[in-house]
Design a protein around this ligand. Structure first.
Ligand SMILES: [Zn+2]
Length: 296
């Protein structure tokens, strides 16, 4: 399946970052730096305004490499109870993703708070092509994305409903994984990782820029798997459901038709998500401190 990023990042006026999301289609991942990839450099204000204000580069290290989310502990098991419904309609995708989101918010809230940040809930919308979102019109090539403007996770319900090819288990697990990944972007935004990723994006080009993007995307997937591992029991991620989860989590951008390497190889995705699923913690998700070969 593909992760196709809508407008990569938009910063409008007062640091209102617009979108950064993903969409999935068959098999590979992509996140092209498409159209709205321009951002406006914005002056940053250090949290401690008195003396010895850290330099900007130090700030970046604090938020990317030494973010408090890494030491916020394990993601708790939150007794996640999902509806046992057939995912065959917009209503069903909305209902199922809303239930997954409820689990994600309850699980991540204490960690975000321990990272010293106010928790703001996300919202999810089952939409399709042509729908109006807070990040513009949902396009044909969009599949799923996180929109920073309203903390919205938008899912293309048309492409997520089960059919003979996917079957009921894969349809449910795909939504679980997509929601967990996009919520990973929400956590990144809350703890200001996204802000510093944006800056790296702005000041890099080519292969270096793609590497930053892989760090960001692999981390969102790592956060996703930390949540899913912590909630394996109540989500019943065993047997065929566990296999479906692995198929979702282990995808890579290796065989992408356009050759854009922006979400990490199958090997990288497997490594980060397996570690996080076992550790149940964002402690193992510091993709920013990892050597380049780990985020290939
Ligand atoms: Zn993503």
């Amino acid at each position: 399946m593909i992760v196709r990023r809508a407008a990569l990042i938009g910063v409008v006026g007062l640091l209102v970052a617009i979108a950064g999301g993903c969409s999935w289609t068959n098999g590979a991942l992509s996140d092209p730096a498409s159209s709205g990839a321009s951002t406006t450099p914005t002056p940053r204000v250090a949290p401690s305004p008195v003396r010895a204000t850290p330099t900007y580069r130090t700030q970046e290290e604090i938020y990317l490499l030494r973010n408090k989310i890494y030491s916020a502990g394990q993601v708790p098991a939150v007794a996640c109870s999902l509806p046992d419904i057939a995912v065959r309609s917009q209503k069903a995708v909305q209902q199922y993703s809303t239930a997954v989101l409820d689990c994600l918010q309850r699980a991540w809230k204490p960690l975000v708070v321990r990272a010293g940040v106010k928790f703001v809930p996300a919202v999810t919308y089952a939409v399709n092509q042509g729908s109006k979102t807070a990040c513009g019109i949902f396009r044909k090539e969009d599949y799923v994305y996180y929109c920073r403007a309203n903390s919205g996770i938008y899912l293309d319900w048309d492409q997520l409903v089960e059919d003979e090819g996917t079957g009921p288990v894969a349809a449910q697990i795909t939504i679980q994984y997509l929601m967990a990944h996009e919520f990973g972007h929400h956590v990144q935004r809350l703890v200001r990782i996204s802000q510093y990723f944006d800056d790296r994006w702005d000041r890099t080009t080519g292969a270096t820029r793609l590497e930053q993007m892989r760090r960001q995307e692999l981390q969102a997937s790592c956060f996703a798997s930390a949540f899913l591992g912590a909630n394996q029991a109540s989500l019943n991620l065993y047997d065929d459901r566990l296999n479906a989860y692995r198929r979702a989590a282990h995808r890579g951008d290796d065989g992408q038709p356009d050759g854009v390497r922006d979400h990490g190889s199958r090997a990288s995705n497997t490594s980060w998500t397996d570690d996080a699923f076992a550790a149940k913690s964002p402690a193992v998700c510091n993709t920013w401190a990892a050597p380049a070969e780990w985020v290939s």
